[in-house]
Design a binder for this molecule. Structure first.
Ligand SMILES: C[S@@+](CC[C@H](N)C(=O)[O-])C[C@H]1O[C@@H](n2cnc3c(N)ncnc32)[C@H](O)[C@@H]1O
Length: 313
């Protein structure tokens, strides 16, 4: 996975609200560089004076840095962050220069550092996502554990769009069903469906890096007898219908193939769509209904929406 460093030049009083905004946007760790730290006198417990490198600090004010995964949502996430920071002035918070810069972080540097931030996370009633390098003991007997090495593919399991997709799978997938996962990324949803009892899961992705990563994760979770990962565009490679189809892709892409999805979902089956920024909620609902789906549930988390719809019997 690639990471992007987002740096906001601001003031001391804005550190806390900006850190909150960055955390809520899914940042894995926030770093604060304060110019005053250079001039403060400080001693550690052994009486030595700390020496700080001026290169690491802004000439004036504060820089708040956060690390965000580079994925198809990055552009929207950054825009939402910028807007939320600008809105702080409405609460009389001085945001100073408010200069926002973005740079890609050297992958090797970050490769080991980001593992520090990625730990087992309880995602829903039953699912806990555990990174491969952690040992984890289930807390209850019906807990379902998805082991993941996200590598370079989208899907550490913790993005709101993934969390809601897993919750929606939990509500819809029944034992022995056939599930289709469009845009599988790390394979997290396909593995989740298999753990819920699906007997056949077809995981599809256009990106060969995602396909490789999903295959590794499927094996890691010993689900290779039930999950088949294929490289392909949307539903082009599917010729048999599924009881549940899940697609966590951007709203524009979802709206482009609602008719194909309707064709592929069995009568009485479910279609879970995620990756929808809240401003596009009604457009996606209308597109689903126009293709014949009936909306059953609309889930919301932060600025994201997941829709569960049903194909009538
Ligand atoms: C937001 S990620 C979702 C990953 C994972 N399913 C999850 O929920 O965390 C979207 C995935 O869709 C894939 N994708 C984008 N366009 C696609 C297309 N036309 N056909 C198949 N996959 C596509 C991307 O490569 C990416 O892995």
């Amino acid at each position: 996975m690639k990471w992007s460093e987002l740096a906001v030049r601001t003031t001391n009083e804005a550190i806390e609200p900006i850190s909150n905004i960055l955390h809520e946007a899914g940042a894995s760790g926030v770093v604060i560089e304060d110019s005053e730290d250079l001039t403060k006198e400080r001693e550690d417990q052994f009486g030595e004076i700390y020496s700080l490198d001026p290169e690491d600090f802004p000439a004036e004010g504060v820089i708040v840095k956060a690390y965000l995964p580079v994925n198809s949502f990055l552009g929207e996430t950054v825009e939402a962050i910028k807007l939320a920071i600008s809105n702080l002035v409405k609460f009389d918070i001085n945001i100073g220069a408010n200069l926002v810069t973005i740079s890609e972080v050297n992958e090797e540097e970050w490769a080991t550092a980001w593992k520090k931030y990625y730990h087992p996370v309880k995602i829903s009633q039953r699912f806990t996502v555990v990174p491969t390098w952690e040992t984890y003991e289930p807390v209850s007997s019906d807990e379902l554990i998805i082991e993941l090495d996200p590598g370079m593919a989208f899907g550490t399991g913790t993005h709101p769009t993934t969390v809601m997709s897993l919750q929606a799978l939990e509500k819809t997938v029944k034992k022995d069903q056939r599930v289709i996962d469009v845009g599988t990324g790390s394979g997290v949803l396909a593995i989740g469906a298999a753990l819920l009892g699906a007997k056949e899961v077809h995981a599809l992705d256009l990106d060969e890096v995602a396909v490789r990563s999903a295959r590794i994760n499927v094996k890691l979770n010993k689900a290779q007898d039930r999950v088949n990962v294929v490289q392909g565009n949307l539903l082009d490679t599917i010729d048999e219908p599924g009881d549940v189809v899940v697609a966590n892709i951007l709203a524009e892409i979802i709206m482009s193939f609602t008719d194909d999805a309707f064709h592929v979902v069995k009568p009485g089956g479910h279609y879970i769509t995620s990756g929808i920024i809240s401003a596009k909620k009604n457009d996606v609902k209308e597109a689903l209904e126009a293709s014949g789906f009936v909306i059953e549930d609309v889930m919301m988390m932060e600025d994201w929406v997941t829709i569960i719809s049903k194909k009538p019997e």
